[in-house]
Design a protein around this ligand. Structure first.
Ligand code: ZN
Length: 343
């Protein structure tokens, strides 16, 4: 039995027909985890859909109304890049409910993984890039409203920049004023920034980190607190060094009550929509790095899966399943002679 919970429902499936987004990946990840005995049926929790009230913590009433009544304009539907249906609306409300449950669950178990979600291209007033509702932002706002957390940090490792996340949390005081986003070199900047300034963060604040390929969607990248714009073809070693640097920089300035890790599988070298060159092993090391940092600092971490468009869908499933393996390895306490004392 895992020392944490996996959040999953068969209804995470997105009814979008023949599409580059492999909507069946969620069920395949679950099946893989069970067939390889990484997890058992008892490790899974079934989420409830978010309420309209939850969705409205992030999204504009006019947009929510259009979704609920099927009155998006053809242009709005085209921008979303997934075909509108009532069932699709329900799947996104469920993804948001899954992220709320994962966020709550990780506060008691240190980590929780939703085998879904991570729709980081959704904005308050519109959807784009396969994303209708920003499930992670909804989860953060719901837990803040319930006084379960004051602050949060998003760590977005999808190959595409987290434009929705950056836009949604731009209004809160983040380090974007200290860290103008431009290129990977700006990650060095926090060393010169006034240290400790963000450490006494105000309730409601969300610090956003995005590591992504520069030459890729979205064309317009609203600034995150830290953006790492990676060049085409970045491989495992460089990627891991930048991630380590961004996490250290972020956590030097900001002490979050929750980390929301968006573990996209699309930095993979065989991805159809990505242009980075990470291997399956490198992506697992990426997951381990995020989990080790969260564990060492005692910050609860929730995970969502976002994109993954490998030519062979089994690779996408392997990368996502490995995220659970990495969490299991990092968060299973193994005491043996010579090991460091656990915190
Ligand atoms: Zn992506």
């Amino acid at each position: 039995m895992l020392p944490f919970k996996l959040i999953y429902s068969d209804h995470y499936y997105l009814p979008i027909g023949d599409h580059v987004f492999p909507a069946e990946k969620y069920r395949r990840i679950r099946d893989r985890l069970i067939s390889t005995k990484v997890a058992g049926p008892e490790d899974f929790l079934e989420p409830q859909p978010a309420t309209d009230q939850d969705i409205l913590l992030v999204h504009k009433p006019e947009y929510v109304q259009k979704l609920k009544t099927g009155t998006l304009s053809p242009r709005e539907e085209m921008e979303m890049e997934v075909p509108y249906s009532r069932d699709l609306v329900e799947a996104f409300w469920l993804a948001a409910g899954g992220s709320i449950l994962a966020a709550r669950q990780c506060l008691q178990d240190r980590v929780s993984i939703s085998i879904g979600g991570g729709f980081h291209h959704a904005f308050p007033d519109h959807g784009e890039g396969f994303c209708m509702i920003h499930d992670v932002a909804v989860a953060i706002r719901r837990l803040q409203r319930d006084d379960k957390i004051r602050t949060a940090m998003t760590v977005d490792c999808d190959v595409h920049q987290g434009n929705g996340t950056a836009a949604i949390f731009a209004g809160t005081r983040t380090a974007s004023a200290l860290l103008p986003s431009a290129s990977a070199s700006t990650v060095e900047q926090p060393k010169n920034a006034p240290r400790g300034k963000m450490r006494g963060a105000h309730a409601g604040e969300v610090f956003t980190i995005s590591l992504h390929q520069h030459n890729n969607y979205p064309l317009w990248k609203p600034p995150s607190s830290i953006d790492v714009d990676l060049p085409d073809g970045t491989g495992d070693d460089d990627y891991l060094a930048w991630l380590d640097n961004a996490l250290s920089s972020g956590l030097r300035q900001f002490e979050p009550d929750l980390i929301c890790y968006i573990a996209g599988a699309d930095p993979y070298k065989e991805d159809q929509l990505g242009g980075l060159s990470l291997t399956i092993e490198g992506l697992k090391k990426r997951d381990e790095l995020v989990f080790n940092v969260a564990r060492a600092r005692n910050i609860p971490v929730m995970v969502t899966y976002a994109g993954g468009y490998a030519r062979n869908v089994e690779d996408t499933v392997s990368i996502h399943a490995n995220t659970v393996v990495a969490a299991k390895e990092v968060f299973t306490e193994v005491r043996h002679k010579g090991s460091e004392p656990l915190p």
